[in-house]
Structures are given as structure tokens and as C-alpha cells.
Ligand binder design. Structure first.
Ligand SMILES: *[C@@H]1O[C@H](CO)[C@@H](O)[C@H](O)[C@H]1NC(C)=O
Ligand SMILES: *[C@@H]1O[C@H](CO)[C@@H](O)[C@H](O)[C@H]1NC(C)=O
Ligand SMILES: *[C@@H]1O[C@H](CO)[C@@H](O)[C@H](O)[C@H]1NC(C)=O
Length: 308
């Protein structure tokens, strides 16, 4: 081959590779909620819908076997498994975005705050996340569809702050009774640590990591009957000792004392408090398009380079 021709071939290949590179967008992962799995209709479809609409690669990350694990494995362990999985996924090594549904949000925050050596998380879109805890856990009547319902009921009947429940029922890790805060801080094994609530045990690394998000989108469903109080999806909760009133996030100590960087993010204009019509996770197509998809498209890296 002529030398000149050879070099022009190289130039074409380089230009082509450059185009391929700029069209790669940031991948996302999807974390489902309780009594659910990546392969069920809802979650498989939702992940696919987000891929289709964003044009970004996306993966539903499964922990254990899905349904059973989501109910019975403590969240600390679930978050560890998610961390190991994410570290092994080459596609995510340059960073990724997260979309999480309901309880999956507690795994998501575990990934963001606790995952040593994990890739960075850029945008985090939270759908109906019980971020500040829940004060009510539906018993079997709310979970009839599950074959594991009876087992679940038997566990939580023994007391949600008991070691047994803490080690065997995932929701016990974010169960918070405002009139029993001492017990909660002593016995709950997940949320107090995740929210840096325990006075002498706050870890600034968790805060630094959470505060480094580019965008935090908190979606609340106006008719949500599963997350009680509903404001928990925006980090609002009852004040300590009071079961009657609910404080908006901005009036909680988690926010005013900035335990996990929520205030830092909000002050920087990086938190979107979104309220949509519908029951728990019942999100209209248009609301997905408006409030989720824009954060999964990476405009900067998909920008066309016209000068090559
Ligand atoms: C999957 O998503 C599409 C688009 O939103 C929707 O029309 C369809 O009903 C969904 N299917 C299932 C099984 O949820
Ligand atoms: C996603 O796109 C694929 C391929 O075009 C299509 O078969 C599928 O129905 C779409 N799914 C959803 C949920 O939008
Ligand atoms: C805080 O968390 C980081 C990250 O997991 C850990 O390396 C560090 O030892 C923790 N610090 C304290 C004081 O526990």
C-alpha cells in the first residue's frame, strides 16, 4: 500500500473511533422494590422502556433471587451484594446513573454511600423511596400475592426492632416509629447508619459521596398509600416524639444539620422535588418522559462532533 493511502486509512479509522466514542452514553442501573424481581413484567418492561426512551444502556441489577431476597435479606447485605455486582460490571466502570423504585432506593443509597471502590454515581432518580423511613408495614393483607406472605408476617409479629426481624425482614431496616426513637437508634441496623442519624457515629465519607451526585430527583406519588408518611419520599418525616405532624425535609435535622449532604445538594440546585399523580409507583408514561428520561440521556457525551 502507498504510504499516503495508508495514513488516510488510519485517519478514517481514527475519525470513526472518535465518533463511536462520543456516541457512548452513561449507562444506568435499575433497582426494583420489594416482592419484585428484574424478570417480572413490570420491572423488565420498565427497564426496557427507559433504555428505549433514553438511548442509554441500562441494566436491572438483581440481588439474590429477586422476590424472596427483597423480602427477607437485610438491606445492609443487599447493598453489599449490589456493590460487588456494580464493581464487576465493566460497562459501569466510568460511572453510571441509578433509577430505583420504592425499597430499591435504600439499596441505591447504600451503593452511593457505602460502596468502597465503586464507580461514581452521577444522576440518581428515586421513585417512591422511603428515604426517611416508614412508620407502618402492611401485613399479609397488603401482600397477598406473595407465597412468602405468611413467613413475612410471622417474622414481623416478633417485633420489627427485634434482632430476629432486623436479620430476617428487609423492611425492618427502615421502619421508624417517631415515639420510639431511642429504640430505633439502638436497634435498627440500616437506616440510622444510612442517614447518619446516630450522634457519635456520623461518617463524613457517606455525606461526601452522597453530596457528589450531579442530580437527585425525588419523585413522590400523590396517592401513594404504601409509604407512610408519604413525605418520606422527599426526606420529610415526623419530628421525634410526635406521630401527628409531618415535617417537610427542609425542617428536619437531617437537612438543617446536613447529615448526608441533602442540604448541600439542594443549595446547589441539584435536588428536584417532583410530585406526580398516581398511586405507589403508578407513573404515567408522560411523567417518565418528563422526569426520568432527561437524566439518563447524557447530552454532553452524545453531542455530535461536526469538525472531524
Ligand atoms: C410495557 O410498557 C409499555 C409502554 O409503556 C406499555 O404500553 C405496556 O402495557 C407495558 N407492558 C407491561 C406488561 O407492563
Ligand atoms: C423497546 O424497543 C423494542 C425494540 O424497538 C420494542 O420491541 C419494545 O416493545 C420496546 N419496549 C418498551 C417497553 O418500550
Ligand atoms: C467511614 O466510612 C469509610 C467508607 O466506608 C470508611 O473507610 C471509614 O473507616 C469510616 N470511618 C469511620 C470513622 O468509621
Amino acid at each position: 500500500m502507498e504510504k499516503g493511502l495508508k495514513w488516510s486509512c488510519v485517519a478514517v479509522v481514527v475519525a470513526f473511533l472518535a465518533m463511536v466514542d462520543v456516541s457512548v452514553s452513561v449507562p444506568f442501573i435499575m433497582l426494583h422494590g420489594i416482592i419484585a424481581g428484574c424478570s417480572d413484567n413490570t420491572n423488565a418492561n420498565f427497564t426496557l422502556l427507559l433504555r428505549n426512551l433514553s438511548g442509554s444502556p441500562g441494566f436491572c441489577v438483581e440481588i439474590g433471587n429477586g422476590v424472596f431476597t427483597s423480602m427477607f435479606m437485610p438491606l445492609a447485605h443487599q447493598a453489599e451484594i449490589a456493590c460487588e455486582k456494580v464493581k464487576q460490571m465493566k460497562e459501569l466502570s466510568k460511572g453510571y446513573n441509578i433509577v430505583a423504585r420504592s425499597q430499591g432506593n435504600l439499596v441505591a443509597r447504600g451503593l452511593i454511600e457505602f460502596c468502597d471502590g465503586g464507580p461514581p454515581v452521577y444522576n440518581y432518580i428515586s421513585l417512591a423511596g422511603p428515604h426517611a423511613g416508614i412508620s407502618f408495614i402492611p401485613m399479609c393483607n397488603g401482600l397477598k400475592s406473595s407465597p412468602y406472605c405468611k413467613k413475612f408476617d410471622e417474622i414481623i409479629k416478633r417485633g420489627l426492632y427485634s434482632d430476629f426481624a432486623q436479620n430476617n425482614a428487609a423492611p425492618s431496616g427502615y421502619y421508624k416509629i417517631p415515639t420510639d426513637i431511642t429504640m430505633y437508634l439502638e436497634s435498627s441496623k440500616y437506616l440510622p447508619k444510612l442517614s447518619n442519624e446516630i450522634p457519635n457515629q456520623r461518617n463524613s465519607t457517606y455525606k461526601d459521596r452522597f453530596a457528589s451526585l450531579h442530580n437527585l430527583v425525588l419523585v413522590k406519588f400523590q396517592d401513594d398509600k404504601v409509604i407512610v408518611p408519604i413525605e418520606s419520599t422527599w426526606f420529610g418525616f415526623y419530628p421525634d416524639g410526635d406521630f401527628k405532624h409531618v415535617l417537610p425535609a427542609q425542617q428536619t435535622k437531617l437537612y438543617t444539620e446536613d447529615w448526608i449532604g441533602l442540604k448541600t445538594l439542594d443549595t446547589a440546585g441539584k435536588v428536584k422535588f417532583v410530585s406526580v399523580p398516581g398511586g405507589h409507583l403508578d407513573m404515567a408514561y408522560q411523567d417518565v418522559v418528563t422526569h426520568v428520561v432527561p437524566y439518563l440521556k447524557n447530552q454532553e457525551r452524545t453531542r455530535k462532533h461536526r469538525n472531524i
